[in-house]
Design a protein around this ligand. Structure first.
Ligand code: TXA
Ligand code: MG
Length: 318
């Protein structure tokens, strides 16, 4: 049986024993294990049913510790770290042998993140090893933003979920890598492209979809409800499906043609931060309604709207 609580000492005990534990972060909940212990890492892949070609992020509590896991931290990485760590930023850095190959799926770089959540930080400070953690959803499904979401899907597979409330950011971290002089964003996330540009200048964005193992993290279909998702302008899409029961996910509009309880408006005030925070919980609720199809609106193509559209596109991919 899985228990849910706020007992850091219990989580520490389980993690030291090689168990995996659900943990809160400011972005989404993670499924955490000892990053130095290949058998704990293998357990994460197994519980999540994640293919071993898709590498994991290593979480730690300070920049000093990061330096023990990687061989080099470029100047731009320091700049970003000083600005955004702890926070929803993940950096790909050349790994040292102390990080098992299983964590990086054999890749030479390791993804590192310092999460900004009081319970996660307290937990990481109490441990003598970093925690590797993917989002705590079964592979391909919507990421969890509450302890209940984790419990709904992974109960009986993990002993404990540390409950840190609802995630404040609501979408995953932004993933950044460095190649020679170039900075590349591989996943849009909680820190916007423009915010990153303000700190280090020009960056390129390379989040194109792929369904092959050589491009981990960019799987075309991901964040997917069981229900079919179509993305576009709800007003015109609603008429396209006259015989289906429709649910709608929108930014700040409601639609008279659809029953009120089948609509989820993410931010009445048109605030993209608020919309991101509500996104995954709304998708989960829509997925559990007696409807045939989810129609999702395209969000404004700026700020966090870009990351929201990225998640919706992958949710809609076959
Ligand atoms: O906000 C987050 O980043 C959350 C919380 C729990 O920290 N974690 C998360 O992990 O989203 P996950 O495993 O669901 O997504 C991590 C992404 C994957 O798409 C993976 O392919 C990519 O990061 N990734 C991890 N290590 C990598 C590496 N060494 N090289 C390239 N991509 C990597
Ligand atoms: Mg994930």
């Amino acid at each position: 049986m899985t228990t849910i609580g706020q007992d850091i000492e219990y989580a520490v005990k389980l993690l030291r024993a090689g168990e995996v534990v659900g943990i809160p972060t400011e972005t989404v909940y993670g499924l955490a294990g000892n990053a130095f212990d290949p058998s704990a890492v293998a357990k994460i892949f197994q519980v999540k049913q994640r293919p071993s070609f898709d590498p994991l992020i290593v979480h730690t509590s300070s920049l000093d510790k990061v330096e023990k896991f990687v061989s080099e931290v470029p100047e731009k990485a320091y700049k970003l770290a000083h600005e955004f760590c702890p926070g929803p930023l993940t950096m790909l850095l050349p790994k040292l042998p102390v990080i098992p190959d299983l964590v990086t799926s054999g890749l030479p770089r390791v993804a590192i993140r310092i999460p900004n959540h009081p319970l996660a930080i307290e937990l990481l400070n109490a441990l003598e090893f970093p925690l590797t953690a993917p989002s705590a959803n079964p592979f391909g499904y919507i990421s969890p933003t509450s302890a209940k979401h984790v419990h709904d899907q992974l109960k009986d597979k993990i002993p404990y979920i540390l409950d840190g409330g609802s995630c404040k950011i609501g979408i995953e971290s932004t993933i950044v890598g460095f190649e020679k002089d170039k900075t590349i964003i591989y996943r849009l996330g909680g820190i916007t492209v423009d915010t990153i540009k303000k700190v280090i200048g020009e960056v390129s964005v390379n989040t194109h979809s792929a369904s092959n193992p050589s491009a981990p993290g960019l799987l075309k279909s991901h964040y997917s409800p069981r229900k079919k998702v179509v993305l576009g302008n709800p007003n015109s899409l609603i008429d396209t499906y006259p015989h289906l029961k429709i649910g709608v996910l929108s930014f700040q509009s409601t639609f008279n043609q659809i029953p009120e309880d089948h609509q989820f408006m993410l931010s009445g005030e048109g605030n993209l931060e608020e919309a991101a925070q509500n996104l995954f919980a709304a998708l989960r609720r829509l997925d559990n309604l007696p409807i045939d199809i989810i129609i999702a609106e395209i969000f404004p193509k700026k700020g966090l709207g870009l990351a929201i559209n990225d998640r919706l596109k992958r949710a809609a991919a076959e």
